[in-house]
Write a protein that binds this ligand. Structure first.
Ligand code: UFG
Length: 323
């Protein structure tokens, strides 16, 4: 199919693009390179450097490429940053995204696949978390994704634009060729592996007084290749709605650090810091709906496999996409 991918130069987008092309799809990447990297764009894709704020360009690009599917990864996605700069999140993730929705209508696109997040739920009342929990985000990042999900529902009702919103838990790991490189790294696994690579002296632990067994936050880490598989399944006709994507297993910050130590064979020095604002204590998915309705079949569910793939990529690319 002809797939139009926004944010295809970013971490999750780049790997989904690679997997889409490996499966025989025809891919156009649209990215402004504010977070992404030109080198992360698979050479087999057509690349358009552009910004979602540019309404005319985005509409022309979707229409002229006869796009059948839109996958929308382009977004700002840092919980902490959204607490200090909410305007950036509502502007980029909501306001400019409307241009893309209109482009989908103009181009008669068949399906819109949206990168959503478990940050839409806020602090969950029940663990593991299913899709019918209330949406009470505790940071502007999560709120921006809730608003966009609402827009999707209206565009479906009023224009018939079919959609799947995939609520990712914590995406991690790498493929052989593409991995995680943010200009300013805030994510746990790459930050820990930087210590293993000798690029930083210690890793910070944000909060050791959470109501969890070891006092640190618990997250459900999901391999990027399993995420990519879910995106391809979501393109199929007749599959619509909201799906959680996670493994149903939670690991604390300390457990992630221990696993990185084992896999890299390096001692990781840590320093305990206060809590990071906007962080819920524990997020664990129930992905039952995706398993049953999308026929999702995750293959790299263990934390070890996820970290092994990340470690292999970082060792091979110690400077990420910088030369
Ligand atoms: N953490 C540390 N030290 C670090 C980095 C992170 O202790 O150097 C902690 C965080 O405080 C948090 C946990 O490790 O408790 C995971 O943090 P990440 O930054 O790796 O991931 P988040 O859970 O904050 O956010 C990620 C994505 C979001 C997504 C969310 C869903 O960035 O887009 O997962 O849980 F919404």
């Amino acid at each position: 199919m002809k797939v139009f991918v926004t944010g295809g130069a970013g971490y999750i987008g780049s790997i989904c693009v690679e997997q889409l092309i490996n499966s025989g799809h025809d891919v156009v990447v649209f990215d402004n390179l504010s977070e992404g990297h030109q080198k992360a764009v698979d050479k087999r894709a057509r690349f358009i450097e552009g910004c979602l704020s540019d309404r005319e360009t985005i509409i022309n690009s979707v229409v002229s490429n006869k796009s059948q599917i839109i996958m929308h990864f382009a977004a700002n996605a840092l919980v902490g940053e959204s607490m200090v700069n909410p305007s950036k999140y509502f502007r980029n993730n909501v306001a400019y995204g409307i241009n893309l929705l209109d482009a989908a209508i103009e181009g008669k696109v068949e399906k819109f696949v949206f990168s959503s997040t478990c940050a839409t739920y806020g602090i969950p009342e029940v663990i593991p978390m299913s899709e019918n929990l209330p949406l009470n985000p505790i940071n502007p990042y999560g709120e921006s994704k809730v608003i966009f999900e609402k827009l999707l529902q209206w565009y479906y009702k009023l224009h018939g634009l079919e959609f799947v919103a995939l609520r990712y838990f914590n995406a991690a790991g790498a493929s052989e060729n593409f991995g995680e490189h943010h200009r300013i790294e805030t994510h746990l696994i790459p930050n820990v592996l930087k210590v293993a690579l000798g690029q930083s002296n210690q890793c910070k632990i944000f909060g050791t007084d959470y109501p969890t067994p070891d006092g640190t936050c618990i997250r459900d880490y999901i391999h990027i290749l399993d995420l990519a598989q879910a995106h391809m399944l979501a393109m199929e006709k007749g599959k619509n709605g909201f799906f959680n994507l996670g493994n149903g297993e939670g690991y604390s910050v300390r457990q992630v650090i221990d696993t990185c130590e084992q896999i890299s064979g390096t001692k990781i020095a840590t320093v305990e810091e206060s809590r990071r604002s906007g962080d819920p204590p524990r997020l664990i998915a129930s992905a039952q709906k995706a398993l049953e309705e999308l026929n999702w079949n995750p293959k790299f569910g263990s934390l070890e496999k996820i970290i092994e793939s990340a470690w292999a990529w970082h060792k091979k690319n110690p400077n990420g996409y910088n030369v």
